[in-house]
Design a protein around this ligand. Sequence first.
Ligand SMILES: *Cc1c(COP(=O)(O)O)cnc(C)c1O
Length: 353
Amino acid sequence: MDIKITKTTTPKAKPTGKLGFGKVFTDHMFIMNYTEGKGWHDARIEPYHPISLDPSAMVFHYGQEMFEGLKAYSGADGTVRLFRPEMNAKRTNETNKRLCIPQLPEEDFVEAVKAIVSVDKDWIPKEDGTSLYIRPFIIATDEFLGVAPSKTYLFIIILSPSGAYYESGLAPVGIWIEDDYVRAVKGGMGFAKTGGNYAASLIAQVKAHDDGYSQVLWLDGVERKYIEEVGAMNIFFKIDGKVVTPMLNGSILPGITRNSVIQVCKSWGYEVEERKISVDELLDAQKNGKLEECFGTGTAAVISPVGKLRYKDDVMTINNNEIGPLSQKLYDTITGLQWGKIEDTFGFVVKVD
Ligand SMILES: *Cc1c(COP(=O)(O)O)cnc(C)c1O
């Protein structure tokens, strides 16, 4: 892929103080067009700028879009690292297939990510726990109100320096098990990383927040009995010494952190089960003192310990509302690989020049 690079002549001031998440963007962006018959073309890096679209552009009406999320980490050794970007490239194409968006060569995805991160390398924050959040996305741009797959698209990558997810150690969160609304069903697009899934989830998120819970845990869309995943995280339990997580069934997002946690746990000799988990099983395990730990996994937080799970009138408190030893060890290990503090025996890390 040939990437034309135009650098800004008016670089912005870098943020100072607390970074937060997703509000500050770097000096440049990657853009590439797709046109039916021509394929993906005109890969370029340009100064960060607003995009102009016709109000009839399809993405505004029928939601044909996808996104990804990954991070670049600045190591203590000065090396910039990505975490398994080829998995994001692969997942992009799985999402694209479901949404009738054209396939994007996986090596081009990784090359584009590396190129834009390299151009804006100075924007990667260096303080402990910070990173550069990378947001690739594709939108349908045909000017047409008919319902059909678009014939033109834009693939864009923007970057946002982000602060440490945990300001003062890994604090357990309270989670609301949603028994009314559902996020996805088998045959739907739950496995795809697309805005529509998030639009469908907001109402339950608001409800959970109003009740003092920070996230929603979704149940299966048919029986509302089996655990699926949290808002933007997959979910794990340690039950009676075993690591257990819902199996990928088409309505769960196949998280890269999830996949990595499974590999790391297995390498430590844990038995890992990917299977159906009912709420009743959790309530039983809790009653019998066997629900040892619960944590969410995702790129943003890496590991998010869960201290409280609410289901209807039951509130399960897990591990005294404190972070468990496995959650802590997984966090230390995966972030250790990302920041280059631990030797990468898994082959997870990709360096950026
Ligand atoms: C992105 C995402 C995850 C986590 O995936 P990672 O690849 O680990 O960041 C989990 N659930 C949903 C719905 C997501 O969108």
